[in-house]
Write a protein that binds this ligand. Structure first.
Ligand SMILES: NC(=O)c1ccc[n+]([C@@H]2O[C@H](COP(=O)([O-])OP(=O)(O)OC[C@H]3O[C@@H](n4cnc5c(N)ncnc54)[C@H](O)[C@@H]3O)[C@@H](O)[C@H]2O)c1
Length: 271
């Protein structure tokens, strides 16, 4: 399949290399010319273990441009632009909405059906209520020539390639059968046949937040336990290791000392 990836930061650049490695033709679209130049030169725009070789080995299937018209040669677009947090903790969707508008303008001149999969982290309802109307402004009503899906990414910086190629799950949130078929085809070549959760857009968006919140709570909890251990002169790492032996708890995200939200090392935070 020929796909486009809109936004080539951590998620988009990893997606580009991984989808090319799965055999798809990938066109990366970014407004940052230096990012596009890097991808065109065969190099990912940021460092991530394993990504250099994916770009080198699959150079013939990867291209990049700043021109949204390129989406018209593709069957499916993934929106992977940033969703920064505002002061009050809410997300700022303005970049996603700007990308949706540009995408809609390009799709207005496309004859064949197009799938738009939102990978950026958005709150439940945002795709239906805000993203879709932006695309529709130029491209016409959803369901005719395009349909949307929420396809969250569960990767951590430092292990993003491995997380994508060997995921614990793939979440495909859409009500449209054509979009669902397109996304099934995108992920079909994954080597381990991971569980695929087929669901609605709102549920898919919530699954990403639920995952993040659970992992953040686990890191916060182990940090609090670390403080208590310190007070009592107890080795917190030994305690955490023993906790992790319990299948109900699991060993991951039990390293105390580092808060969540900043990528420090694989499996620690940055989810
Ligand atoms: N970084 C992670 O580990 C991670 C993991 C899972 C999910 N996410 C989510 O994925 C999304 C992307 O995160 P990221 O860390 O890759 O962001 P990022 O800031 O690294 O990259 C965003 C890219 O989008 C480009 N861009 C901005 N506006 C654009 C536009 N209108 N059209 C095309 N390109 C545009 C930027 O130039 C940049 O290259 C966010 O919603 C984030 O919450 C991130």
């Amino acid at each position: 399949m020929h796909v486009s990836v809109i936004g080539s930061g951590y998620v988009g650049a990893t997606l580009t290399g991984c989808l090319a490695a799965l055999g798809h033709e990938v066109t990366a679209i970014d407004i940052d010319e230096s990012v596009v130049a890097s991808i065109e030169a065969g190099e990912p725009p940021m460092a991530e273990p394993g990504l250099d070789s994916l770009y080198a080995e699959n150079a013939d299937r990867i291209s990049a441009t700043t021109d949204y018209a390129a989406v018209r040669d593709t069957d499916c677009s993934f929106i992977t632009v940033q969703t920064p947090a505002r002061e009050d903790g809410s997300i700022d969707p303005s970049v996603v909405l700007a990308a949706a508008e540009s995408l809609g303008e390009a799709l207005a001149q496309k004859e064949t059906f197009h799938t738009v999969a939102v990978k950026s982290t958005v709150i439940p309802g945002m795709v239906e209520e805000e993203v879709v109307p932006r695309i529709e402004q130029a491209a016409g009503p959803e369901g005719e020539t395009f349909a949307t899906a929420v396809n969250p990414e569960f990767q951590a910086q430092g292990s993003a390639v491995d997380d994508f190629m060997h995921p614990d799950k793939v979440v495909l949130g859409t009500d449209d059968d054509r979009a669902l078929d397109a996304l099934r085809a995108v992920y079909a070549p994954l080597p381990d046949e991971p569980p695929v959760v087929e669901t609605g857009r709102r549920e898919a968006a919530m699954m990403k937040y639920a995952n993040n919140v659970f992992l953040a709570a686990k890191v916060s909890l182990i940090n609090e336990l670390g403080n208590i251990c310190k007070e009592y002169g107890v080795d917190s790492y030994e305690v955490a290791e023993a906790m992790g032996l319990d299948d109900r708890i699991g060993a991951q995200f039990l390293r105390s000392g580092v808060g969540w939200g900043v990528a420090v090392s694989p499996g620690t935070s940055g989810f």
